[in-house]
Every structure is written in structure tokens, then in C-alpha cells.
Design a protein around this ligand. Structure first.
Ligand code: GCU
Ligand code: CA
Length: 579
């Protein structure tokens, strides 16, 4: 799909206005005002270094991941951020080594060309660069009493040395006292440096409710920097302060890390990167935080552990459920895996534009059924379609998960599309249900209205060996029609999805340019429902005509077959419509 950020301003503005109007219509709580910094109108998409590269980032590793983001094709699907997380800095015995203005020094051993050169490299590929910081001021800045750039103030004027900030790396970070002149200016100088380097996205980590002054100071500083820098808060933010996060920042981590820290490397690094329990623990928080997501501010469920197959700690079913929840919740999609070793299956998952469109529609879904391990999530898109996700979050046993249209605020029939496969999932007047393996999901688009009927082309069906897909007699739909050998037993067989057991109208379109009947048995799921049904002459091979009959369908996939009963064979078959 075309990333939304390339849309014209007017189209985007129209799209953006709709979710809030809709939210009001369906009675969802009105979210507090979002940040008005004009950024993150849709959830960010890209890659972050923390899950796989972990504590050992280098210039070369980050460049290799940026290269892979492009060569894998994922960039063209909208994954544009390359986010360098923690551990680019240098520590000594007293904490962070600092520059002449008291800001963290970059480790020259691992980033010899510096951060600006890295950002330039990433920008040259049409990508965006994300960076990382935590609140406060380093102890080394205070010890050296470094000046605050462009001011008469110094580190000791602005540090509160009685309190230490949370930090996961060199530690030894003091609180800043924002009542002191120079404190805001210190943060401004740091933001200015990031802007000069070309930072497009800043994650400020180790943030808690006690850091609201820092969150505010960084918001001001980023705005003052003059560069558009998407502003992300981390991690495990307090939901009681959600209106504040929403007002100040563009995303906020709703929980602790999705990483399991259970790998064989030091500090639990390496595969597996996560576990199914780490993913399922996000369902509850995504539901609780749902009212706070919207254009400009998003609930960040943490990195996507998709890309390297089962070794991440999730089965393929679980990975699809993982992406489905992130898409439904409108979470940022920041891949955490090794992009230089992507599997074909996982690349296809990440590149599924139907899933991406669900993530980028600007609407966070609500959980409407919580009968764990059965869960149903739903949202209504600006265009009026409903998106429904069904989950079996359990680890053993199939579950039949169901939704009724009244549960999603829909009356009347709807036409369904399976968004993982892109296939039609038929029509239903009442609802949808699916039997799901442990960890499996189903994601469906529910378009109000019967939409007439669903057409299945014969050329997309199965047919007798020796048949050909021809196009020499005009007037067919799709790319052609199926011409079977003229013998008894010649057949065409369609697979037809039905969300529920129901009575359906089948319409076969055919041509018979001879003067003799070409009768066929019509069977549904192996039972003949119309024996020797007449498919009479149509005057010419271009004389396409309909044969209609009413049959029972079961819930799930139905097999519909037409089989010639005489040596005349079958007529040319164009398509089957199911209404
Ligand atoms: C003709 C016609 C075919 C048709 C065939 C038949 O060859 O061009 O489209 O299938 O007759 O008798 O079955
Ligand atoms: Ca034929």
C-alpha cells in the first residue's frame, strides 16, 4: 500500500477528521486532546535495535539493518523508521561520559563516524532515523560542572543530586530541577544536537509519572528544535496519567518490555526474543488504553517479534495473532527482529498491506468479547466498514469464537473478506464464527450490505485434467472460461466460504454453442443437490446464460462441484456467483 504520509494534505485531513466523529457517534469516550505537534498522524512503522541487536549496537550493524529494510521491500510497505535504542553511549566508573555541554557522549569505538553520519546514511535510503535518551543529567556533567550551551548556567545549577533517575545503562543520572534557570535550556541544547544530527524520532525511556516535568521539558525542547521529531515515551506508563502522555507525546509504552530476556546470550539476549505469554499479556492493556489512541498519539504495545521464524519464541499462528492485535490496537509497528535474516513467511506477514491498512486507519479497536482464551476485537473504519478480529489465545485445544453483528453495532447483512488471505469469506445477515487452533486468529473486514453476491471465477477453481482456460469466445468475466474435455465426469469444483450455515443461491454462468443439452450433476460437499441439471443450448459459444439453484451451505468452506453426466461433456463455464 502507499504509506499515508505520502498522501496529499487535504485527503489526509479528511481521513483524520473521521475517526473522532465516528467515535462520538458510537459513544466511545472522547479522548483527551492529542499532542498538537502535528506528528504521528498514523502509528510509526519501522525497526528498532533493542530486541535483536540489544546492548551491542554498532554503526555497521545499524546500517546493515537499514539496508535490509530497503532490500526486503518492507520500506515500500511503509516501514521507514530505523531506531537506534540504548547502548550507543560510553560509560566510565561514574556513569555516562559526557560532551563539553554535559550531554551523553557517543561511543566512538562503536560509532566511529558519529550519529550524524549514520542519520545521513539512513536518510539517503529514504528512511527516517530514531534515537534514544532518558531523563536527567549525568553525574559526570555535575562533577565537571559543564556549562549549559549558550547560557551562563552550569550543571550544578540545575541538577538535583539528592535524587537519581531510572537508567538501564551507565546509570548515575540525577534529576533536573526545572525550577532552576538553565534546566530547560540544558534539555533544549540536547534536543538541538539531536535535530542537528537529523533525528526524526526520539524515544525517551525510563519515564514514570514522577518524570512528567521531564516529559514536558522534552516536548518543549523538541518543538523548539525546529525539526519535526516524533516523540515516544517508554515504558510501562501509568494509565492514570494517560491524558498527560497524550497531550505531550506521540506514543507511550503501555507495559514493560515484550522481550523475554530468556535467550542464551548475556543479559538474556539472543533467540528466543519473546514468548507467547509476553504477547498475550498485552491484550488486557490494549483494551484498557484503547480510549487514548488516535491521530497524533498511540498506545505502543512494544516491538514486533516477527521476521526470523519460530526461533523468536512464537509459532506462525502466534505471530499472526501478534501482528493482528498490534494492527487492531493501532500500535506503532516497530520490528524488533534481525532484518538481515528474514524468512519468506515472516516477510509476507509484515508486508501484508491489508493488515497494514488496519493498523494505519487511525482507529484503535475495542475488545468486545473477553472469554479468554476466546477474544473478539472490533473497530469501525472511517469508510464505514467494520474490522473484526477473533483470537484463540490459549495454548491447547481449538476454540470456536463467534461474533454477532449486533455486538459490533451492525444490523442487516454484510459481505466478509478474510484479511490475512484476501479471500472472500462470503456473506452473513447475523454474524461470524470460526474454529481456531491454539494461538490462531481470524481477521475479517465486514462491509455492510449484501453487496449482491460473491463471484468465484471458474478459472480460479479446480477442474478436470485436460481442461483449458480459454478466452476465444467473448463476453466472459475475469480472465477467461473453463473448457473441459467432452466426456462424462468432466467437472469444475469451487471452494466457497460461508461464515454461517445458511441457504444460498448459486448462479452458474455458462455457454453451450451446440444444439444438444449438456446436463450436469450439481453437488455441495459431496451430496448431489441437482441431478442431471439441464445446461441447454445458448445459441452460440458467446451466448453466456445463467442457471440458478438454491442450496444449503455449512459454516466454513463448502465444496461445490458440477459434473457432466453424458458424453456430451460440460458446457463452457464462466463463473459461479453465490448470493
Ligand atoms: C468448441 C468451442 C469450445 C467448446 C467446445 C466443446 O471447440 O470453441 O469452446 O468447449 O467446442 O464442444 O466443448
Ligand atoms: Ca469443451
Amino acid at each position: 500500500m502507499r504509506p499515508l504520509r505520502t498522501m496529499g494534505h487535504t485527503a489526509l485531513a479528511t481521513l483524520l477528521a473521521l475517526p473522532l466523529i465516528l467515535a462520538a457517534q458510537v459513544g466511545s469516550p472522547q479522548p483527551a486532546a492529542a499532542s498538537d505537534n502535528g506528528l504521528a498522524l498514523r502509528p510509526a512503522m519501522g525497526w528498532s535495535s533493542w530486541s535483536f541487536v540489544r546492548r551491542w549496537p554498532t554503526e555497521a550493524k545499524i546500517k546493515a539493518q537499514a539496508d535490509a529494510l530497503v532490500s526486503s521491500g518492507l520500506k515500500d510497505h511503509g516501514y521507514v523508521y530505523v531506531n537506534l535504542d540504548d547502548f550507543y553511549q560510553k560509560c566510565d566508573a561514574n556513569g555516562f561520559v559526557v560532551d563539553q555541554y554535559g550531554r551523553w557522549a557517543v561511543d566512538q569505538a562503536t560509532f566511529p563516524s558519529g550519529i550524524k553520519a549514520l542519520a545521513d546514511y539512513i536518510h539517503a535510503k529514504g528512511l527516517k532515523f530514531g534515537f534514544y535518551v532518558t531523563p536527567g543529567i549525568a553525574k559526570n556533567a555535575v562533577t565537571q560542572n559543564t556549562p549549559v550551551e549558550g547560557t551562563p548556567y552550569r550543571a550544578r545549577d540545575i541538577a538535583d543530586t539528592t535524587r537519581q533517575e531510572k537508567n538501564y545503562n551507565c546509570k548515575n543520572m540525577y534529576y533536573l530541577d526545572y525550577s532552576k534557570p538553565g534546566a530547560q535550556e540544558f534539555v533544549n541544547s540536547w534536543a538541538r544536537q539531536f535535530a542537528d544530527w537529523g533525528v526524526d524520532y526520539l524515544k525517551i525511556d525510563g519515564v514514570g509519572s514522577h518524570d512528567i516535568p521531564d516529559v514536558r521539558a522534552w516536548d518543549k525542547a523538541l518543538r523548539a528544535s525546529g525539526r519535526p521529531i516524533t516523540y515516544a515515551l517508554s515504558n510501562n506508563l501509568n494509565i492514570a496519567d494517560a491524558p498527560t502522555w497524550r497531550q505531550l507525546a506521540n506514543s507511550w509504552r503501555t507495559q514493560g518490555d515484550v522481550e523475554c530476556y530468556c535467550g542464551p546470550g548475556s543479559n538474556g539476549s539472543g533467540f528466543p526474543l519473546t514468548s507467547w505469554a509476553k504477547i498475550t499479556s498485552r491484550f488486557g492493556s490494549a483494551s484498557a488504553w484503547q480510549p487514548y489512541a488516535g491521530p497524533g498519539g498511540w498506545n505502543d504495545l512494544d516491538s514486533l517479534q516477527i521476521g526470523n521464524g519460530d526461533q523468536v519464541g512464537l509459532t506462525a499462528d502466534q505471530r499472526r495473532s501478534h501482528l493482528t492485535l498490534w494492527a487492531m490496537a493501532a500500535s506503532p509497528l516497530l520490528i524488533g527482529t534481525d532484518l538481515t535474516a528474514l524468512t519468506a513467511t515472516d516477510t509476507a506477514m509484515l508486508a501484508n498491506d491489508r493488515l497494514i491498512a488496519v493498523n494505519q486507519d487511525g482507529v484503535a479497536a475495542r475488545r468486545i468479547v473477553d472469554a479468554t482464551p476466546r477474544q473478539v476485537w472490533a473497530k469501525r473504519q472511517p469508510g464505514g466498514d467494520h474490522i473484526v478480529a477473533l483470537f484463540n489465545t490459549g495454548t491447547s485445544g481449538n476454540q470456536t469464537v463467534s461474533v454477532t453483528w449486533s455486538q459490533i453495532g451492525l444490523t442487516g447483512p454484510a459481505t466478509l473478506t478474510d484479511l490475512w488471505s484476501g479471500q472472500s469469506a462470503g456473506q452473513s445477515a447475523t454474524g461470524f464464527s470460526a474454529t481456531l487452533r491454539p494461538g490462531e486468529t481470524r481477521l475479517i473486514r465486514v462491509t455492510p450490505g449484501s453487496g449482491g453476491s460473491v463471484r468465484y471465477e471458474a478459472e480460479g477453481a479446480r477442474y478436470t485434467a485436460g481442461s483449458t482456460v480459454d478466452s476465444n469466445h467473448g463476453g466472459f468475466s475475469g480472465t477467461g472460461f473453463v473448457n473441459t474435455p467432452n466426456a462424462a465426469g468432466a467437472y469444475v469444483e469451487w471452494s466457497v466460504a460461508s461464515p454461517v450455515a445458511r441457504t444460498a443461491t448459486l448462479t452458474f454462468r455458462y455457454a453451450n454453442g451446440t444444439t444438444a443439452d449438456r446436463p450436469m450433476d450439481v453437488s455441495v460437499n459431496g451430496s448431489v443437490v441437482a441431478a442431471g441439471r439441464s445446461f441447454g443450448p445458448t445459441g452460440a459459444w458467446t451466448g453466456w446464460t445463467d442457471v440458478t439453484l438454491t442450496v444449503p451451505l455449512t459454516a466454513g468452506t463448502n465444496t461445490i462441484r458440477t459434473t457432466a453426466t453424458t458424453g456430451n461433456g460440460a458446457p463452457n463455464l464462466d463463473h459461479l456467483e453465490v448470493g
